[in-house]
Design a protein around this ligand. Structure first.
Ligand code: PLP
Length: 394
Protein backbone atom coordinates (compact mmCIF):
# COMPACT_ATOMS: atom_id res chain seq x y z
CA UNK A 1 0.00 0.00 0.00
CA UNK A 2 1.18 3.51 -0.69
CA UNK A 3 2.31 5.35 2.40
CA UNK A 4 1.10 8.84 1.62
CA UNK A 5 -2.27 10.28 0.69
CA UNK A 6 -2.83 11.61 -2.84
CA UNK A 7 -3.46 15.00 -1.28
CA UNK A 8 0.20 15.52 -0.44
CA UNK A 9 1.72 13.99 -3.58
CA UNK A 10 2.04 17.30 -5.39
CA UNK A 11 2.81 19.29 -2.27
CA UNK A 12 6.07 21.20 -2.62
CA UNK A 13 7.94 22.45 0.43
CA UNK A 14 8.10 26.21 0.78
CA UNK A 15 10.98 27.44 -1.45
CA UNK A 16 11.75 30.05 1.17
CA UNK A 17 12.42 27.35 3.73
CA UNK A 18 14.45 25.20 1.29
CA UNK A 19 17.01 27.90 0.49
CA UNK A 20 17.17 28.87 4.15
CA UNK A 21 18.05 25.26 5.03
CA UNK A 22 20.79 25.15 2.37
CA UNK A 23 22.23 28.46 3.63
CA UNK A 24 22.23 27.09 7.17
CA UNK A 25 24.10 23.98 5.97
CA UNK A 26 26.82 26.17 4.41
CA UNK A 27 27.04 28.28 7.57
CA UNK A 28 27.56 25.15 9.63
CA UNK A 29 30.49 24.31 7.36
CA UNK A 30 31.98 27.62 8.45
CA UNK A 31 31.11 29.53 5.26
CA UNK A 32 30.11 33.15 5.83
CA UNK A 33 26.74 33.24 4.09
CA UNK A 34 24.59 36.39 4.06
CA UNK A 35 20.93 35.43 4.15
CA UNK A 36 18.56 37.67 2.21
CA UNK A 37 15.83 35.07 2.40
CA UNK A 38 14.25 36.17 5.67
CA UNK A 39 10.53 36.73 5.74
CA UNK A 40 10.56 38.31 9.18
CA UNK A 41 11.56 41.59 10.82
CA UNK A 42 14.98 41.46 12.47
CA UNK A 43 13.86 43.26 15.64
CA UNK A 44 12.81 41.70 18.93
CA UNK A 45 9.17 41.93 19.93
CA UNK A 46 8.61 45.23 21.81
CA UNK A 47 9.19 45.02 25.58
CA UNK A 48 5.64 45.96 26.67
CA UNK A 49 4.37 42.95 24.70
CA UNK A 50 6.94 40.60 26.24
CA UNK A 51 5.98 41.88 29.70
CA UNK A 52 2.26 41.35 29.07
CA UNK A 53 2.96 37.75 28.06
CA UNK A 54 5.02 37.10 31.20
CA UNK A 55 2.42 38.69 33.44
CA UNK A 56 -0.39 36.60 31.95
CA UNK A 57 1.56 33.40 32.63
CA UNK A 58 2.31 34.44 36.18
CA UNK A 59 -1.37 35.17 36.72
CA UNK A 60 -2.14 31.63 35.69
CA UNK A 61 -3.66 32.33 32.26
CA UNK A 62 -2.10 29.23 30.79
CA UNK A 63 -5.20 27.22 29.91
CA UNK A 64 -7.31 26.69 26.80
CA UNK A 65 -9.18 29.68 25.43
CA UNK A 66 -12.30 29.67 23.24
CA UNK A 67 -11.46 28.18 19.80
CA UNK A 68 -11.99 31.48 18.01
CA UNK A 69 -9.78 33.43 20.40
CA UNK A 70 -10.02 35.25 23.75
CA UNK A 71 -12.97 37.69 23.82
CA UNK A 72 -10.56 40.45 24.95
CA UNK A 73 -8.31 39.82 21.97
CA UNK A 74 -11.23 39.84 19.57
CA UNK A 75 -12.24 43.19 21.08
CA UNK A 76 -8.68 44.51 20.62
CA UNK A 77 -8.76 43.39 16.96
CA UNK A 78 -12.20 44.93 16.45
CA UNK A 79 -10.90 48.21 17.93
CA UNK A 80 -7.84 48.04 15.66
CA UNK A 81 -9.92 47.45 12.53
CA UNK A 82 -12.10 50.43 13.48
CA UNK A 83 -9.17 52.71 14.38
CA UNK A 84 -6.86 51.90 11.49
CA UNK A 85 -9.22 50.80 8.73
CA UNK A 86 -12.60 52.36 9.59
CA UNK A 87 -14.09 48.89 9.43
CA UNK A 88 -16.78 47.82 11.91
CA UNK A 89 -17.01 44.17 12.90
CA UNK A 90 -18.81 42.21 15.60
CA UNK A 91 -17.16 39.49 17.70
CA UNK A 92 -18.81 36.73 15.63
CA UNK A 93 -17.18 38.16 12.50
CA UNK A 94 -13.61 37.73 13.80
CA UNK A 95 -11.49 34.63 14.38
CA UNK A 96 -8.02 34.49 15.91
CA UNK A 97 -5.78 31.70 14.65
CA UNK A 98 -2.27 30.32 14.66
CA UNK A 99 -0.70 32.97 12.42
CA UNK A 100 -2.20 34.45 9.26
CA UNK A 101 -0.87 31.43 7.40
CA UNK A 102 -3.01 28.95 9.29
CA UNK A 103 -5.98 31.30 9.24
CA UNK A 104 -5.75 31.32 5.43
CA UNK A 105 -5.42 27.53 5.43
CA UNK A 106 -8.58 27.22 7.53
CA UNK A 107 -10.40 29.73 5.33
CA UNK A 108 -9.74 27.76 2.13
CA UNK A 109 -10.84 24.56 3.90
CA UNK A 110 -14.23 26.06 4.70
CA UNK A 111 -14.99 27.93 1.45
CA UNK A 112 -13.76 25.57 -1.27
CA UNK A 113 -15.47 22.56 -2.75
CA UNK A 114 -13.57 20.13 -4.97
CA UNK A 115 -12.77 21.90 -8.24
CA UNK A 116 -13.59 25.43 -7.08
CA UNK A 117 -11.22 27.96 -8.62
CA UNK A 118 -9.30 30.65 -6.77
CA UNK A 119 -7.66 33.43 -8.75
CA UNK A 120 -4.10 34.05 -7.61
CA UNK A 121 -2.16 37.00 -9.03
CA UNK A 122 1.46 36.33 -10.04
CA UNK A 123 3.85 36.97 -8.34
CA UNK A 124 2.20 35.29 -5.36
CA UNK A 125 3.07 34.39 -1.80
CA UNK A 126 4.33 30.79 -1.94
CA UNK A 127 1.65 29.27 0.28
CA UNK A 128 -1.51 30.40 -1.56
CA UNK A 129 -1.45 27.79 -4.34
CA UNK A 130 -0.58 24.92 -2.01
CA UNK A 131 -3.25 25.88 0.49
CA UNK A 132 -5.88 26.15 -2.24
CA UNK A 133 -4.88 22.74 -3.62
CA UNK A 134 -4.94 21.14 -0.17
CA UNK A 135 -8.56 22.29 0.14
CA UNK A 136 -9.44 20.63 -3.18
CA UNK A 137 -9.44 23.94 -5.02
CA UNK A 138 -7.76 24.86 -8.28
CA UNK A 139 -5.39 27.85 -8.44
CA UNK A 140 -5.94 30.02 -11.51
CA UNK A 141 -2.99 32.29 -12.13
CA UNK A 142 -3.20 35.79 -13.55
CA UNK A 143 0.07 37.52 -14.22
CA UNK A 144 0.77 41.02 -13.03
CA UNK A 145 3.79 41.84 -15.19
CA UNK A 146 6.55 44.24 -14.18
CA UNK A 147 5.12 46.74 -16.72
CA UNK A 148 1.97 46.83 -14.60
CA UNK A 149 3.94 47.01 -11.33
CA UNK A 150 3.29 43.30 -10.68
CA UNK A 151 -0.38 44.08 -10.14
CA UNK A 152 -3.37 42.62 -11.98
CA UNK A 153 -6.01 44.73 -13.69
CA UNK A 154 -9.79 44.52 -13.47
CA UNK A 155 -9.88 43.37 -17.10
CA UNK A 156 -7.51 40.51 -16.34
CA UNK A 157 -9.58 39.51 -13.34
CA UNK A 158 -12.80 39.53 -15.36
CA UNK A 159 -11.20 37.44 -18.10
CA UNK A 160 -10.05 34.78 -15.61
CA UNK A 161 -13.44 34.31 -13.93
CA UNK A 162 -15.43 31.17 -14.77
CA UNK A 163 -18.52 29.55 -13.30
CA UNK A 164 -16.25 27.73 -10.89
CA UNK A 165 -14.49 30.83 -9.50
CA UNK A 166 -15.03 31.13 -5.80
CA UNK A 167 -12.55 33.81 -4.79
CA UNK A 168 -9.68 36.08 -5.74
CA UNK A 169 -6.70 36.73 -3.47
CA UNK A 170 -5.41 40.28 -3.15
CA UNK A 171 -2.20 40.83 -1.20
CA UNK A 172 -1.39 44.50 -0.79
CA UNK A 173 1.32 45.44 0.15
CA UNK A 174 2.62 42.40 -1.68
CA UNK A 175 5.06 39.71 -0.77
CA UNK A 176 7.17 39.32 -2.90
CA UNK A 177 6.88 42.48 -5.03
CA UNK A 178 6.41 45.16 -2.36
CA UNK A 179 3.80 46.78 -4.60
CA UNK A 180 0.65 48.44 -3.29
CA UNK A 181 -2.73 48.66 -5.04
CA UNK A 182 -4.21 52.17 -5.09
CA UNK A 183 -7.80 52.67 -3.84
CA UNK A 184 -8.87 53.18 -7.48
CA UNK A 185 -7.28 49.92 -8.59
CA UNK A 186 -8.95 48.11 -5.69
CA UNK A 187 -12.31 49.67 -6.58
CA UNK A 188 -12.01 48.40 -10.15
CA UNK A 189 -11.16 44.88 -8.95
CA UNK A 190 -13.97 44.96 -6.37
CA UNK A 191 -16.51 45.94 -9.01
CA UNK A 192 -15.59 42.84 -11.02
CA UNK A 193 -15.81 40.65 -7.91
CA UNK A 194 -19.26 42.04 -7.16
CA UNK A 195 -20.51 41.64 -10.71
CA UNK A 196 -19.45 37.99 -10.82
CA UNK A 197 -20.36 37.28 -7.18
CA UNK A 198 -17.00 36.03 -5.97
CA UNK A 199 -15.30 36.38 -2.60
CA UNK A 200 -12.26 38.60 -2.03
CA UNK A 201 -9.52 37.29 0.24
CA UNK A 202 -7.58 40.39 1.24
CA UNK A 203 -4.23 39.54 2.84
CA UNK A 204 -3.17 42.76 4.58
CA UNK A 205 -0.36 41.35 6.74
CA UNK A 206 2.12 44.04 5.50
CA UNK A 207 -0.33 46.90 6.16
CA UNK A 208 2.00 48.71 8.57
CA UNK A 209 5.06 48.54 6.31
CA UNK A 210 4.37 51.28 3.79
CA UNK A 211 6.88 53.79 2.44
CA UNK A 212 7.07 57.03 0.56
CA UNK A 213 4.00 58.45 2.27
CA UNK A 214 1.71 55.59 1.14
CA UNK A 215 -1.34 55.01 3.34
CA UNK A 216 -3.03 51.65 3.70
CA UNK A 217 -6.46 51.19 2.17
CA UNK A 218 -8.40 47.99 2.69
CA UNK A 219 -10.57 46.77 -0.19
CA UNK A 220 -13.27 46.12 2.45
CA UNK A 221 -13.49 49.90 2.98
CA UNK A 222 -15.00 50.45 -0.46
CA UNK A 223 -18.62 49.79 0.51
CA UNK A 224 -20.72 47.64 2.86
CA UNK A 225 -21.46 45.32 -0.09
CA UNK A 226 -17.76 44.80 -0.83
CA UNK A 227 -17.01 44.38 2.87
CA UNK A 228 -19.64 41.63 3.01
CA UNK A 229 -17.82 39.61 0.34
CA UNK A 230 -14.32 40.29 1.68
CA UNK A 231 -12.42 38.27 4.24
CA UNK A 232 -9.71 40.50 5.66
CA UNK A 233 -6.62 38.56 6.75
CA UNK A 234 -4.10 40.21 9.04
CA UNK A 235 -1.81 39.47 11.96
CA UNK A 236 0.90 40.77 14.23
CA UNK A 237 3.89 38.96 12.74
CA UNK A 238 5.18 41.72 10.48
CA UNK A 239 3.73 44.83 12.15
CA UNK A 240 4.84 44.07 15.72
CA UNK A 241 7.78 41.77 14.93
CA UNK A 242 5.93 38.78 16.36
CA UNK A 243 6.52 36.06 13.74
CA UNK A 244 7.23 33.33 16.29
CA UNK A 245 4.18 34.05 18.42
CA UNK A 246 1.87 32.79 15.67
CA UNK A 247 -1.12 35.08 15.97
CA UNK A 248 -3.19 35.97 12.93
CA UNK A 249 -6.85 36.66 12.31
CA UNK A 250 -9.65 36.88 9.79
CA UNK A 251 -12.58 39.29 9.74
CA UNK A 252 -15.59 38.77 7.52
CA UNK A 253 -18.92 37.04 6.99
CA UNK A 254 -20.23 35.50 10.22
CA UNK A 255 -21.10 32.13 8.62
CA UNK A 256 -17.58 31.77 7.22
CA UNK A 257 -16.02 32.79 10.55
CA UNK A 258 -18.31 30.40 12.39
CA UNK A 259 -17.30 27.48 10.13
CA UNK A 260 -13.63 28.39 10.56
CA UNK A 261 -14.11 28.44 14.33
CA UNK A 262 -15.76 24.99 14.26
CA UNK A 263 -12.89 23.64 12.16
CA UNK A 264 -10.31 25.21 14.50
CA UNK A 265 -12.07 23.57 17.44
CA UNK A 266 -11.09 20.23 15.90
CA UNK A 267 -7.64 21.18 14.61
CA UNK A 268 -5.83 23.70 16.83
CA UNK A 269 -8.32 24.18 19.73
CA UNK A 270 -6.95 27.70 20.06
CA UNK A 271 -3.94 29.85 19.27
CA UNK A 272 -1.41 29.67 22.11
CA UNK A 273 -2.88 31.38 25.14
CA UNK A 274 0.26 33.32 26.12
CA UNK A 275 0.60 34.62 22.58
CA UNK A 276 -2.99 35.82 22.66
CA UNK A 277 -2.32 37.83 25.82
CA UNK A 278 0.75 39.30 24.14
CA UNK A 279 -1.41 40.22 21.14
CA UNK A 280 -3.93 42.06 23.32
CA UNK A 281 -1.12 44.32 24.55
CA UNK A 282 0.27 44.64 21.01
CA UNK A 283 -2.98 46.21 19.84
CA UNK A 284 -4.14 47.98 23.00
CA UNK A 285 -0.73 49.27 24.13
CA UNK A 286 1.47 52.01 22.63
CA UNK A 287 2.15 51.70 18.88
CA UNK A 288 5.44 53.67 18.74
CA UNK A 289 7.57 50.59 18.09
CA UNK A 290 5.54 49.76 14.98
CA UNK A 291 6.39 53.13 13.45
CA UNK A 292 10.03 52.95 14.57
CA UNK A 293 10.49 49.61 12.81
CA UNK A 294 8.77 50.93 9.70
CA UNK A 295 11.15 53.88 9.61
CA UNK A 296 14.15 51.57 9.99
CA UNK A 297 12.98 49.55 6.98
CA UNK A 298 12.37 52.67 4.92
CA UNK A 299 15.84 54.02 5.68
CA UNK A 300 17.41 50.75 4.54
CA UNK A 301 15.26 50.69 1.42
CA UNK A 302 16.27 54.22 0.46
CA UNK A 303 19.95 53.33 0.74
CA UNK A 304 19.96 49.82 -0.71
CA UNK A 305 17.53 50.24 -3.62
CA UNK A 306 19.89 52.30 -5.85
CA UNK A 307 22.76 49.93 -5.12
CA UNK A 308 20.77 46.88 -6.22
CA UNK A 309 19.46 48.71 -9.26
CA UNK A 310 23.09 49.42 -10.22
CA UNK A 311 24.08 45.73 -10.38
CA UNK A 312 24.50 44.90 -14.08
CA UNK A 313 21.50 43.05 -15.51
CA UNK A 314 19.29 43.66 -12.43
CA UNK A 315 16.10 45.59 -13.22
CA UNK A 316 13.79 46.53 -10.42
CA UNK A 317 10.87 48.65 -9.38
CA UNK A 318 11.11 50.58 -6.16
CA UNK A 319 8.90 48.85 -3.60
CA UNK A 320 6.21 50.82 -1.78
CA UNK A 321 5.75 48.38 1.07
CA UNK A 322 6.76 45.15 2.88
CA UNK A 323 10.51 44.43 3.14
CA UNK A 324 11.42 42.74 -0.12
CA UNK A 325 13.06 43.74 -3.36
CA UNK A 326 12.23 41.77 -6.49
CA UNK A 327 14.82 42.42 -9.17
CA UNK A 328 14.20 40.92 -12.59
CA UNK A 329 17.53 39.26 -13.34
CA UNK A 330 16.75 37.97 -16.86
CA UNK A 331 19.62 39.94 -18.39
CA UNK A 332 22.07 39.03 -15.62
CA UNK A 333 21.17 35.36 -16.06
CA UNK A 334 21.63 35.51 -19.80
CA UNK A 335 24.96 37.34 -19.64
CA UNK A 336 26.37 35.07 -16.94
CA UNK A 337 25.24 31.82 -18.54
CA UNK A 338 22.28 30.65 -16.47
CA UNK A 339 19.11 29.53 -18.19
CA UNK A 340 16.97 29.25 -15.09
CA UNK A 341 16.55 31.27 -11.94
CA UNK A 342 16.94 28.32 -9.57
CA UNK A 343 20.45 27.64 -10.90
CA UNK A 344 21.23 31.36 -10.72
CA UNK A 345 20.11 31.54 -7.07
CA UNK A 346 22.04 28.38 -6.27
CA UNK A 347 25.19 29.89 -7.80
CA UNK A 348 24.68 33.11 -5.84
CA UNK A 349 24.55 30.99 -2.72
CA UNK A 350 27.46 28.64 -3.35
CA UNK A 351 29.77 31.03 -5.24
CA UNK A 352 28.89 34.49 -3.87
CA UNK A 353 27.59 33.21 -0.52
CA UNK A 354 24.42 35.25 -0.68
CA UNK A 355 21.14 33.44 -0.06
CA UNK A 356 18.21 34.78 -2.11
CA UNK A 357 14.84 33.25 -2.95
CA UNK A 358 14.39 32.29 -6.62
CA UNK A 359 11.22 33.70 -8.16
CA UNK A 360 10.15 30.26 -9.39
CA UNK A 361 8.43 29.85 -6.02
CA UNK A 362 6.36 32.99 -6.72
CA UNK A 363 5.47 32.19 -10.32
CA UNK A 364 8.03 34.58 -11.81
CA UNK A 365 10.88 32.74 -13.48
CA UNK A 366 13.27 35.63 -14.00
CA UNK A 367 13.19 37.30 -10.60
CA UNK A 368 14.88 36.82 -7.25
CA UNK A 369 13.53 38.03 -3.93
CA UNK A 370 15.85 39.85 -1.58
CA UNK A 371 14.74 40.68 1.95
CA UNK A 372 16.08 43.82 3.60
CA UNK A 373 15.02 42.68 7.05
CA UNK A 374 18.69 42.40 8.02
CA UNK A 375 21.32 44.82 9.31
CA UNK A 376 22.35 47.46 6.76
CA UNK A 377 26.09 46.65 6.73
CA UNK A 378 25.27 43.05 5.81
CA UNK A 379 22.98 44.27 3.05
CA UNK A 380 25.78 46.39 1.62
CA UNK A 381 28.18 43.48 1.73
CA UNK A 382 25.60 41.25 0.01
CA UNK A 383 25.27 43.81 -2.79
CA UNK A 384 29.07 43.94 -3.21
CA UNK A 385 29.17 40.15 -3.50
CA UNK A 386 26.34 39.93 -6.01
CA UNK A 387 27.84 42.76 -8.05
CA UNK A 388 31.23 41.03 -8.13
CA UNK A 389 29.64 37.68 -9.03
CA UNK A 390 27.75 39.11 -12.00
CA UNK A 391 30.68 41.22 -13.26
CA UNK A 392 33.15 38.32 -13.00
CA UNK A 393 31.02 36.15 -15.28
CA UNK A 394 29.69 38.80 -17.69
N1 PLP B 1 0.68 36.37 4.07
C1 PLP B 1 1.82 36.80 3.52
C2 PLP B 1 1.76 37.53 2.24
C3 PLP B 1 3.05 36.56 4.15
O1 PLP B 1 4.21 36.98 3.59
C4 PLP B 1 3.08 35.85 5.37
C5 PLP B 1 4.34 35.51 6.04
O2 PLP B 1 5.37 35.39 5.45
C6 PLP B 1 1.85 35.43 5.89
C7 PLP B 1 0.68 35.71 5.23
C8 PLP B 1 1.78 34.62 7.17
O3 PLP B 1 1.99 35.33 8.30
P1 PLP B 1 1.96 34.63 9.73
O4 PLP B 1 3.35 34.65 10.24
O5 PLP B 1 1.02 35.46 10.55
O6 PLP B 1 1.45 33.25 9.55
Amino acid sequence: KQLLANRVKTLTPSSTLAITAKAKELKEQGIDVIGLGAGEPDFNTPKNILDAATKSMEQGFTKYTPAGGLPALKQAIIAKLQRDNELTYKANEVIVGVGAKHVLYTLFQVILNEGDEVIIPIPYWVSYPEQVKLAGGVPVYVEGTSEQQYKITAQQLAAAITEKTKAVIINSPSNPSGMVYSPEELKALAEVAEKHDILIVSDEIYEKLLYNGNKHFSIAQISPAIKARTIVINGLAKSHSMTGWRIGYAAGDADIINAMTDLASHSTSNATTTAQYAAIEAYNGPQDAVEEMRQAFEERLEKIYPQIAAIPGFKLLKPEGAFYLLPDVAEAMEKTGYDNVDAFAEALLTEANVAVIPGSGFGTNTTIRLSYAIAYDLLEEAVRRMDKFVKSKW
